[in-house]
Unconditional design. Sequence first.
Length: 115
Amino acid sequence: QVQLVESGGGLVQAGGSMTLSCAASGFIFNSAAMLWHRQAPGKQREFVARISRDERPNYGDSALGRFTISRDNAKNTASLQMSRVTATDAGVYYCGAVFNGNTYWGKGTQVTVSS
C-alpha cells in the first residue's frame, strides 16, 4: 500500500534552516507529483510546495524564495529545504503524493520555531 513517511522535523531557530524528507513506497514514485502542505495550530492546512513528475516546482506564497522542493527518483524521496525560517513556519508538515487522480498523505512531522 502507499506509504509516505516524513522525517527531519523538530526545533529550529528563527532565521535558521531545516530540511524535511519524505520516504515513499507502495507506488511508482516517478509517476507521482509530490506535495508538501502544512498546518499550524488553529489554522487550516495550507499548500507549501509541489514538484511535478518532470521536476517542475511551484510554491505557495509563504514558501516562495525561501523554500526549495526536490525529489530523488532513484531513492523514492522528496525533500523540502526551508531557509530563513520564521515563527509562521511552525506547524505540522505533511508530504503528499498525487497519481491516478488520487492524493495520499503521510502522518506529518512537527516543526517548532524558537525565537
